[in-house]
Design a protein around this ligand. Structure first.
Ligand code: AMP
Length: 217
């Protein structure tokens, strides 16, 4: 059983790296942001509640986040373990998490802020199949259309300059101290997130003493 937390500023590649890590190791990727985005897309009551907060790039209340995380982990569909992404994001969430679960390692993706701005503002998403694109590094074949399903690509509503600044300042004020808390327990592996995704994945696996990545398809 392997239980990892992945941390890093927006645009540092947490989603991509989590997927690669889970793919051949049978781990479950739990993204709190994806759970909320699913609720917004499906127009659930929870989605209506968090939509405005998310679009402004602000953090959803701790009680709600904790209940979503607890409910997700209580499904116990993670026989081989999980990678949790986007949680914990502040001291209180970290305490809640450490009280309930033991963690095998924290992966910290490091990316300078000017690179974060460059990446996030060029990010595009397919609202139909969920495929991510980047207009700098990972363009769709036909501009504005998803390579997989052909749907028109959109910008995430919280990928505006204003929301990005709000998220960056929350990250610096609230999330960085969590890293220090984990660091005192020697859980943290600092990984340079600037190289191409496969190289970053190789560094993560090296740090965690895991076998090299083997694609499952
Ligand atoms: P992400 O995709 O991780 O950037 O999350 C998107 C948005 O979901 C964030 O900007 C927050 O509004 C909300 N969110 C995700 N995870 C958390 C969390 N741990 N605590 C509070 N809000 C969160």
């Amino acid at each position: 059983m392997r239980k990892y937390v992945i941390m890093g500023v927006q645009g540092s590649g947490k989603g991509t790296q989590s997927e690669l890590l889970c793919d051949d190791l049978g781990l479950v990727h739990i993204s709190v942001g994806d759970i909320f985005r699913w609720h917004v897309k499906k127009h659930t009551k929870l989605g209506a509640h968090v939509r405005r907060t998310m679009n402004a790039g602000e953090l959803v209340g701790d009680d709600l986040v904790e209940s979503v995380v607890r409910e997700r982990l209580d499904q116990h569909d993670w026989n081989y373990g999980f990678v949790i992404d986007g949680f914990p994001r502040n001291g209180r969430q970290a305490e809640f998490f450490m009280e309930s679960y033991d963690i095998d390692g924290v992966i910290h993706l490091e990316l300078p802020e000017d690179e974060v701005r460059r990446r996030v503002l060029s990010r595009r998403l397919c609202p139909n199949c969920g495929m991510d694109y980047n207009l700098i590094a990972d363009r769709p074949k036909e501009p504005g259309r998803c390579d997989i399903c052909g749907h028109q690509l959109i910008t995430r509503e919280d990928d505006t300059p204003e929301a990005l600044e709000a998220r960056l300042s929350d990250y610096n004020e609230k999330t960085r101290p969590v890293l220090e808390l984990f660091r005192r327990k020697e859980y943290v592996h600092d990984i340079d997130a600037r190289p191409p995704a496969e190289e970053v994945q190789a560094s993560i696996r090296d740090a965690l003493h895991l076998p090299a990545y083997k694609a499952t398809v």
